[in-house]
Design a protein around this ligand. Structure first.
Ligand code: SF4
Length: 114
């Protein structure tokens, strides 16, 4: 990929979700999603048969939203003592469980035993 320094985000120290930051999912039918865990019909970003993946990566409003999310945007997480380690976990798990991109990840909570 040429000139990828202009489209790839700066890596973060405390992980959290990689969707739209260092992760993208292209399904076998050409539809593009923020990641495999966010492959829901209502979250389709585009179609590589109709536009370039670089354009999708650069222009998608949903990817911009995901890139700007912080653990402090997640109601349960913002006061959690593990938030700087966990980062709020997987947005796909949040969406699968609560149909929300800004909820918490119950698997991460179980890991931290809270
Ligand atoms: S452990 Fe649970 S509540 Fe705490 S930051 Fe992670 S997902 Fe949020």
């Amino acid at each position: 990929m040429k000139n990828n320094k202009n489209i790839l985000p700066t890596p973060t120290v405390f992980g959290g979700c990689s969707a739209g930051k260092s992760n993208l999912y292209i399904a076998s039918d050409g539809l593009v999603y923020p990641c495999l865990g966010l492959a829901f019909p209502e979250l389709v970003l585009g179609d590589v048969k109709k536009e370039s993946v670089v354009d999708i990566w650069k222009k998608s409003p949903l990817l911009k939203k995901l890139r700007n999310l912080s653990v402090n945007d997640f109601e349960k997480c913002k006061n959690c003592k593990f938030k700087h380690i966990c980062g709020g976990g997987c947005r796909g798990t949040s969406y699968f469980n609560f149909k929300s991109l800004t909820s918490y990840d119950p698997f991460q909570c179980a890991y931290f035993d809270i």
